[in-house]
Design a binder for this molecule. Structure first.
Ligand code: IDC
Length: 300
């Protein structure tokens, strides 16, 4: 199936399924960038084109908020983000604008900045069919819950985006580093075009998370795997968990769950798809790590 934007148009959620403009099911697969503040070179047009050449239909731009990201350097990050989004649009690919909370564990913490950012960016890209909004990467911490923190945040953020764009797909992270999707399914949002986010790392997460995902889906909640890794959840270690990854890939394929792999970055860590010495610009197969070579065979 041709998974370009020109062939499929605006995506929407039909029940729990992601479908194209003809109501046909579509599964997007692709890469997530590493932190935009650290590796903007791997979000340029040549970078995204390299993933497309190997079959990716989706690119996720992980714009960290904390850790020297958007909150402390808004202009630089916004400029790099816009350049990457425009490149993905030129390449006829779907692109996720990811508000990458992590150390800033509660989405409420930078809510006002998030509202201002998504107000500006969804006005800029109103009606552009490539663009998908992910409003909080991974809420985490024992005291951060769907009911008390994430859901109220999502209600406000969705209202901001919907002022400019009635139909864009919106992705909402869930508690415990985007694992407690079953909790979210108990009190869904009222919006007509959103999915909740689940994330797995093949060396750390298995059946328990799969069961949570199935529980959520059985309750009527659509799921999008906007980030996953071949390693343990720290992104490091020295093992690429191929067999466990294949189980997850089959699980997602059976359920038509879209995905993006962490990461199209060159940090010296096992989850990175690019070797540490990789510079932006001229990408070849030689640039890929063990994980990168493996993941690049998995695009559907
Ligand atoms: C990791 C990066 C690592 C960085 C760390 C903190 O790979 O280089 O030092 O973040 O910024 C996630 C997060 C993602 C993590 C990744 C691996 O969304 O930002 O990246 N991970 O730990 N959730 C589960 C795992």
């Amino acid at each position: 199936m041709n998974k370009s934007v020109s062939a499929n148009g605006r995506l929407h959620v039909n029940g729990i399924d992601l479908v194209n403009e003809r109501n046909e099911m579509i599964q997007l697969t692709g890469m997530s960038s590493h932190g935009l503040q650290w590796y903007p070179e791997h979000t340029k047009k040549e970078a995204i084109a390299f993933t497309k050449k190997h079959g990716a239909s989706l690119f996720r731009i992980a714009m960290y908020t904390d850790e020297e990201g958007y909150i402390s350097h808004p202009e630089e990050n916004k400029k790099n983000l816009i350049e990457a989004v425009n490149a993905a649009i030129d390449l006829d690919m779907y692109v996720i604008i990811d508000w990458h909370i992590l150390a800033d564990n509660n989405p409420q913490q930078n809510k006002e900045a998030a509202k201002a950012f998504f107000d500006e960016i969804s006005r800029k890209y109103a009606g552009i069919k490539n663009v998908i909004y992910e409003i909080c990467n991974e809420p985490n911490g024992e005291d951060v819950t769907w009911e008390k923190d994430i859901r109220p945040y999502a209600v406000e953020l969705i209202e901001v985006i919907r002022k400019h764009d009635k139909d864009a797909l919106i992705l909402v992270g869930t508690a415990c580093w985007s694992q407690f999707v079953d909790e979210a399914a108990k009190h869904p949002l009222e919006d007509h075009n959103y999915m909740c986010v689940a994330h797995f790392y093949a060396g750390s997460h298995g059946e328990e998370l799969m069961n949570r995902i199935d529980t959520a889906r059985n309750a009527g909640l659509g799921i999008f795997m906007s980030e996953w890794g071949t390693t343990t959840a720290d992104g490091k270690g020295d093992t690429v968990f191929e067999e466990e990854t294949r189980k997850w890939i089959a699980f997602m394929k059976e359920r038509n769950i879209s995905w993006a792999n962490w990461s199209f970055g060159s940090r010296d860590e096992t989850s990175a798809a690019l070797k540490p010495e990789t510079k932006g610009g001229a990408y070849t197969e030689e640039c890929l790590t063990k994980s990168g070579r493996f993941v690049f065979t998995l695009f559907e």
